[in-house]
Design a protein around this ligand. Structure first.
Ligand SMILES: [Zn+2]
Length: 122
């Protein structure tokens, strides 16, 4: 869903930039608008700033989407029972690391496995 938004961001950004240039051209070329040229310039600058802002935000969410295409999962097991839990990977996790008492039997629970799942749709 996030990836479908990227072309829209780019489109809006391009449209705003084009709008800004049209305003600049009108302000400089059309004599009858010379009274409003300052207003048109400011409006054009505002459009340019908006287009850059949208482009920046769109680019950032694209980066985030790329990072989120892989989910790393830590599987927790127990030496005393057959409990199996999964949680998102956190820094410092490694296989066979002991992580304190088990919730179920208060035996020693440890990291059984760490794996990555791709959440890319294609
Ligand atoms: Zn246990």
């Amino acid at each position: 869903m996030q990836r479908e938004r990227q072309p829209k961001f780019a489109m809006i950004s391009i449209l705003l930039t084009v709008g800004a240039f049209i305003l600049f051209v009108l302000a400089t070329i059309v004599d009858s608008l010379s009274d409003y040229s300052n207003v048109l310039m400011v409006a054009g600058l505002a459009l340019l700033a908006a287009s850059w802002g949208i482009y920046f935000i769109g680019g950032r969410s694209l980066q985030r989407a790329e990072v989120a295409t892989e989910n790393v999962i830590t599987v927790i097991g127990c030496k005393g029972c057959d409990i199996r839990e999964e949680r998102p990977f956190s820094e410092g996790d490694y296989v066979f690391k002991e992580i304190g008492p088990c919730k179920k039997c208060s035996g020693t629970s440890y990291i059984r496995a760490i794996y990555a799942i791709s959440i890319k749709k294609d």
